[in-house]
Every structure is written in structure tokens, then in C-alpha cells.
Design a protein around this ligand. Structure first.
Ligand code: FE
Length: 252
């Protein structure tokens, strides 16, 4: 190696997608994390890297326990949005999903989960913006068979973004690793152009960075390709983070 740093090399590191939860003083919270790994087999130990600004960090630090739900590849984006792009300081996330209390007292989220893990923190490392918590496995259960959601699948197939508190965040307005989002061609003809009707613009979610491309629409929500942002139903929400239409701005 030359010693030069091409940070794109980091994009070849693979990850999964997990909900990591904890509790403190009777309160529950959880968040999406891509950095759960098994670090020892005997005794079984797992580690997770959590941003210091996150409420889940505060809870794990206080209680010394955390739970992990290994997510199914079929996990819908609003679920990821709830845990990945909203703060437990603003929303009671656990009130919106199914979970069961584990041996650690942590809420083990069962929605969209293939497996559940629980750990008791035995040590931690300050990594800068994050803390790496290492925990002894104290509970583990397989709920169902399925394909675990990987970070690559989330980015490529689901067109998901990394929030700025993710250890893998690359900064604003960076294209995804493989550029699966085709640029808006603008070539698609509008069904019945009217006088004064604006050209269909791409809109960006101010919360998570998702781009609504009218040439693509939002097929998962039944919005066909060729639907202008202005024509979206008033109750349409960002497919990634669940933000309302009013949270979107035209792409400059
Ligand atoms: Fe969003």
C-alpha cells in the first residue's frame, strides 16, 4: 500500500442491520445499528458501536445491558425510519412496535426480527464519536428463519441512507456506494401538461436525505412513476423516516 487513504475502501466492509435497545429508570429506547458483531465464542460475547449523542448510549451506559434484534431482509422502511431516523427524546419508539421484556429488562423487539440477543456489558472502548460496548451474551433466541438484512441490501435495494450518527456516515449529499439511484431523466412525458404546471422536480427529505424522484415515484406506497411531488397525497410520508411532506425541499 502507498499510505494514501482512499476512504472508499471502507465501503467494502460489510455489515448487518439491527435494532439495539436498552432501558433506564423504567424508560425504554432503541435504535438502528449496523455494527453488531460477535467478538468471542467462549464465552460468547458481542459488541456494538453506539453514538455518544444517542439516547440508547445513555441508557446502555446507565443500565449496563443491551438487546439486539437481527432484522429480516423484508423489514419495511418506515420501521427502519422509526428506529434509525428519529430520536427517543422526541418519540416513544417502543410504544409503536411489539416487543417482549428480556432477562436483562431490555425490550426485545420482535417485529421484523429473525433472532434476539441480550448482553451484559463487560467493557467498553471510547472510539471518539462512539463507544464500543462489549457484552457477555446472557440471552439468545431464534424467532424465525429468513435472510438477515445487510447494510448493502439496505443501501442498494431499499435505497436507504445513513443517518449522521452512524459510524459509517460519509457526509451529506454523497451518492450511494454503487449509485443505484438513476438520475432523474426528466424525459418522461407528463400525462396531461397544463399551462403553468411546474416541471417535476426531485424533492429531498430534510430529515433523512431520501430523494423523491417523480420519474420513479414511490411504488411501495402505491405512487406510480410520473407522479409530481406536488401531486402526492397530503398524508404521504417519507418512505425511509416517516417525515411529512412539509419536511421536503426541492433539490437545488
Ligand atoms: Fe426521510
Amino acid at each position: 500500500m502507498t499510505g494514501e487513504m482512499d476512504r472508499k475502501a471502507l465501503r467494502d466492509v460489510t455489515y448487518g442491520m439491527y435494532v439495539v435497545t436498552s432501558h433506564s429508570d423504567g424508560k425504554l429506547n432503541g435504535q438502528i445499528a449496523n455494527t453488531v458483531i460477535q467478538v468471542c465464542s467462549e464465552p460468547p460475547r458481542i459488541a456494538v458501536s453506539i453514538n455518544k449523542n444517542n439516547l440508547t448510549h445513555e441508557y446502555i451506559s446507565k443500565s449496563g445491558v443491551f438487546a439486539v434484534s437481527v432484522l429480516d431482509e423484508k423489514t419495511p422502511m418506515p420501521f427502519i425510519g422509526l428506529f434509525g431516523f428519529k430520536s427517543g427524546r422526541d418519540v416513544d419508539k417502543l410504544s409503536q412496535v411489539n416487543y417482549k421484556e428480556g432477562v436483562t429488562g431490555c425490550p426485545c423487539v420482535t417485529d421484523n426480527a429473525l433472532s434476539l440477543l441480550e448482553a451484559k456489558v463487560g467493557g467498553s472502548t471510547d472510539t471518539g464519536t462512539h463507544t464500543l460496548f462489549v457484552g457477555d451474551l446472557v440471552g439468545a433466541e431464534v424467532l424465525q428463519q429468513g435472510a438477515p438484512l445487510t447494510y448493502a441490501f439496505y443501501h442498494k435495494k431499499k435505497r436507504g441512507k445513513s443517518p449522521k450518527n452512524a459510524p459509517t456516515y460519509e457526509g451529506p449529499d454523497k451518492p450511494p456506494a454503487e449509485g443505484p439511484q438513476k438520475p432523474s431523466t426528466g424525459a418522461r412525458e407528463k400525462p396531461s401538461p397544463r399551462e403553468g404546471e411546474k416541471d417535476m422536480k426531485t424533492y429531498v427529505c430534510n430529515v433523512c436525505g431520501y430523494e423523491y424522484d417523480p420519474a420513479v415515484g414511490d411504488p411501495d406506497a402505491g405512487i406510480p412513476a410520473g407522479t409530481a411531488f406536488e401531486k402526492l397525497p397530503a398524508d404521504w410520508v417519507c418512505p425511509i423516516c416517516g417525515a411529512a411532506k412539509s419536511e421536503f425541499s426541492p433539490k437545488p
